[in-house]
Design a protein. Structure first.
Length: 94
């Protein structure tokens, strides 16, 4: 599993062209962060080990607390916001 720092750029959609695996996982340690609205071509499973993530969809706002998971279906516009240090694992279904 890859480890990302807050300053790293990661585009999971580009993995479809270069990898021949069904799932890719990354670990991330982020501080204050706002992803802005975006979408991925594949589904995304988020798990927070520590801290909370505010997830905004078109008609819904959810808080993902520690030790919980959230599923974001493929091609779903979403935004992730962190206000403090968050340790998370993110899996993409390619």
């Amino acid at each position: 599993m890859a480890w990302l720092q807050q300053s790293d750029h990661f585009d999971p959609d580009r993995l479809n062209d270069s990898l021949n695996v069904p799932v890719v996982g990354i670990a991330a340690e982020t501080g204050q962060h706002d992803s802005g609205f975006h979408q991925h071509n594949m589904g995304q499973l988020l798990f927070t080990q520590r801290g909370c993530i505010k997830i905004t969809l078109a008609n819904q706002i959810s808080i993902l607390p520690p030790t919980r998971v959230a599923w974001i279906p493929p091609k779903t516009q979403h935004r992730a916001e962190m206000r403090s240090s968050v340790g998370s694992y993110i899996f993409f279904r390619l």
